[in-house]
Design a protein around this ligand. Structure first.
Ligand code: ATP
Length: 326
């Protein structure tokens, strides 16, 4: 028999992502429906170790569904990586009579959950909250769609000025290990070339394209660069292109603006479904799993698989982008 859940702790962890608030709201309201109490653990594992835990009422999550960032705050916690820190976290959860936790974060947060649940008897449910979309077991992560739309709109504005002057632009987007943001933003914004960490695109390929462009009088070119691609960041590539091939380029690094903003409907619906499902899963007896949506259906994955398995990027999309940019 699984232990009945009377009180849930909810927290956001790792990088913030638009839609996290919608997930928290759904957790609190669904818990209320099942007569389960909810406590906020502020600043992720840091707050768990430090005991920064407060009750959350259904009213306290009013008016947050549309807000970016996370009202529960987020932080990195070195202490939680150590046994002593996790023991302190466990004692704090016990003091607060928390029976289960819902963590909204990326693979680092899932790793913490996996280790903690192997040591202690408080079960966790994981929700994929990261703009990078690099989590196995879900088609989309909470925050990805908003980040792509934000980056795409910024690029649209750069396109207006870039095409007026016939310029070459490099736009750097987030993605140290994953190219989802770059790939989707690049396709949506009509980029000529997209550099992502998952594949090597030699700079010479870009040069061939630029040479062809100038012959056919296409003088404006937009290149989207994921920060972690093999050729280096946007500044480095632009420098190489200028020094070795004589093409002058403007560089824009979108940086943190990609994290902010009101979540799109896709992120709000995804986050709401996942927050609701997390509580329902706990009520129905599921323990220590990560949730996702694949082909419009709820998917349950073990933390071990969610952490170790890789979600493959669709390289056909990159081929398509190359063909369309000719
Ligand atoms: P994002 O994808 O946005 O970076 P993330 O969840 O991967 O999100 P991390 O900073 O990697 O973000 O991890 C969040 C927190 O999870 C860390 O600060 C740490 O407290 C905990 N954590 C990560 N790895 C471990 C680990 N090996 N052991 C225990 N805790 C961990």
């Amino acid at each position: 028999m699984t232990k009945e859940i009377k009180k849930i702790g909810v927290f956001t962890s790792g990088g913030d992502a638009p839609g996290m608030n919608a997930a928290v709201r759904a957790v609190v309201r669904t818990a209320k429906y099942y007569d389960i109490g909810v406590a906020a653990i502020y600043q992720g594992y840091k707050g768990m170790v430090e005991g920064n835990i407060q009750p959350l009422s259904t009213r306290s999550v009013a008016n947050i569904i549309q807000r970016g960032g996370t009202v529960l705050k987020t932080a990195r916690s070195e202490e939680f990586r150590n046994r002593d820190g996790r023991m302190q976290a466990y004692e704090n959860l016990k003091d607060q009579k928390i029976d289960a936790c819902i963590v909204i974060g990326g693979d680092g947060s899932y790793t913490g959950a996996n280790i903690f649940t192997s040591e202690y008897d408080i079960p966790f449910i994981g929700l994929p909250g990261t703009i990078d979309n690099d989590i196995y077991g879900t088609d989309l992560t909470i925050g990805f769609d908003t980040a792509v739309n934000t980056a795409m709109e910024a690029i649209d504005k750069i396109r207006d000025t870039g095409s007026s002057h016939d310029r070459l632009f490099f736009i750097e987007v987030m993605g140290r290990h994953a190219g989802y943001i770059a790939l989707h933003t690049g396709i949506g914004a009509g980029a000529s070339t997209i550099f992502i960490p998952e594949t090597v695109t030699p700079i010479e390929k870009l040069i061939e394209k630029l040479n062809r462009s100038s012959k056919s009088n296409k003088l404006f070119n937009m290149v989207v660069v994921a920060e972690g691609n093999e050729n280096g960041d946007a500044m480095t590539i632009a420098k190489k292109v200028k020094e070795h091939y004589g093409y002058e380029a403007r560089v824009t690094i979108l940086g943190h603006l990609q994290r902010g903003g009101s979540p799109t409907s896709v992120d709000r619906v995804l986050a709401t479904r996942l927050g609701y499902s997390a509580v329902k899963c706990l009520v129905e007896g599921d323990r220590n799993i990560a949730l996702g949506i694949i082909n419009d259906k709820l998917e349950k994955t073990s933390f071990a698989d969610a952490i170790s398995k890789k979600k493959d990027i669709n390289k056909d999309l990159l081929d398509m982008a190359n063909i369309l940019s000719l």
